[in-house]
Design a protein around this ligand. Sequence first.
Ligand SMILES: C[S@@+](CC[C@H](N)C(=O)[O-])C[C@H]1O[C@@H](n2cnc3c(N)ncnc32)[C@H](O)[C@@H]1O
Length: 225
Amino acid sequence: MAEAQSEATDRVDPLDGDPRLEPFFGTSWPAVLGFHDLLVSQGELRGLVGPRELSRLWERHLLNSAAVVPFLPRGGRIIDLGSGAGLPGIVVAAMLPDAEVVLLEPMERRTTWLSEVAEQLGLDNVVVRRGRAQDEHGRLVGAAVTVRAVASLDKLYRMAMPLLQAGGSLLALKGSKAEDEIEAAKHVGRKLGAGVASVVDAPTIEGVEVTRVVRVVREAVPGVR
Ligand SMILES: C[S@@+](CC[C@H](N)C(=O)[O-])C[C@H]1O[C@@H](n2cnc3c(N)ncnc32)[C@H](O)[C@@H]1O
């Protein structure tokens, strides 16, 4: 009994019902709340989020995803590389209705989920594309690439730089090792047209962990497409 009770308590998200969420998300609130509810009802069952994540969906996943939005263009094409359950892509699409958000994901089970979510939430600016980033080089290009929890920065440069138009930005949600990854990826980045990488602390609501975003602009490189 005590065990069952503690399991139930573990699953309570302290930010559920927090009155600051709706004003933070503004007009995207119904879609973001709908996405939250779909993750709660189906995310674990469909193997998209771990059971421990359900008690921290707002802080670790939805607000963490929303933190990247101020660094993105309002329109044009944004590619979310390795979208998985839709993080940050679905949140970005809900918050930026004038952008086309391509959710690039190789696993069929996940693309099925992403298409269902976009349809159920009425997000008609979402395009779900099944594939690996490297298979889309020369076929898909955007004004920005978002990415979370897919690979280290040196690998991300190889995957993402060819998906960016000159002047476009790679925005990678990273943790405490961001600076080390930037240093380790410097040489690869230079070859692939990555400009100087910076780490930006992106706050959302007070008391919630600040998201660390690595921001890199793709420069025009002669001979590199
Ligand atoms: C750990 S999950 C992260 C998912 C989501 N971005 C998140 O933060 O919750 C990594 C995702 O990247 C996808 N992925 C792995 N290699 C990839 C590649 N080469 N191109 C595109 N996506 C890839 C996987 O299928 C998986 O869904």
